[in-house]
Design a protein around this ligand. Sequence first.
Ligand code: HEC
Ligand code: HEC
Length: 265
Amino acid sequence: MKKILRLLWSFIRCSLLLAPCSFLWAQEHSYAPSDIENGRGLYQANCLGCHGDDGDQVEGVRFTSGRFRRASSDEDLIRLIREGIPNTLMIPKTNLSYGDTRAIVAFVRSLPTGGGMARDDREVRIGDAARGEALFFSNETLCSECHGVNGGGNLVSPDLGNIGAIRTPGALEEAILEPLAEVRAGQRMYQVMDLEGRVTVGLLLNQDTHSVQLLTEDQRLRAYMKQDLGSHGFIPSPMPSYLDVLSDNEVADLVAYMISLKGEQ
Ligand code: HEC
Ligand code: HEC
């Protein structure tokens, strides 16, 4: 009886939004599919840029392990995400509502443990890594003009120093042939134009209803109030397609080279 009363009380508290809905967390590991789906989108927009699409790109943090150093319950995770971790890049996510944060936690908790988020069964030809490396740094491709490999390149193109550890061969091949097919959330280019018509292009770091923050090619962090802008929006990736530029063998060599890039050891 007491238990029922307690449950009833937490239900009332929850529907009045007086306090966290603790009864919802009694069964911590069962989530509505719609929450998980919402969470996936929110994760892509807010977390993927740093944590990566296998949830393992931040050192020491691996979402698929199901274990966290600083959190055990879902409530802990929600608090951590909303409050951030002081003095780290994990800044408070003040733009996310309680419900949004809960959806992200549902998504993170539902990731397959021990494995990647998605299997990739595409068949890919893998050539010669040494030839691929030469090609990567050649004037024929200009890959290295944009991409650094553990440093170098320009700031708005992803560094590929660890790309072999975080992407499948299929994704690497696709990135060369069809760069627009999949542009990762943390790598999307954004353009703002102020009221005087001055245009700035950069990597979108963050945006909310009122403001937008870019990392520009001159390596500066810039914030704009949307009300001060004439226009703003995403623009296509500056990466060209190499579909009709490189032979199949050359693409296979580049893929081999990128697979070999697994971070500085
Ligand atoms: C700008 C980069 C960045 C973004 C964006 C980011 N994080 Fe983090 N996150 C980090 C870093 C770095 C750490 C590790 C901090 C440390 O321990 O030094 C971290 C740590 C965490 C941890 C703690 C893991 C543990 O083992 O305790 C969780 C959980 C987490 N992030 C979830 C998220 C979620 C969910 C989002 C999206 C809402 C997100 N992060 C967005 C950089 C980021
Ligand atoms: C003009 C600049 C530019 C050039 C040249 C360029 N890239 Fe890119 N590349 C980018 C940008 C920006 C992105 C991120 C947006 C996107 O995915 O298209 C990217 C994305 C990628 C990705 C996906 C990264 C990820 O995290 O999944 C790979 C792989 C890649 N490039 C490889 C190459 C290779 C190999 C070459 C040369 C054959 C090349 N790029 C040439 C700018 C460039």
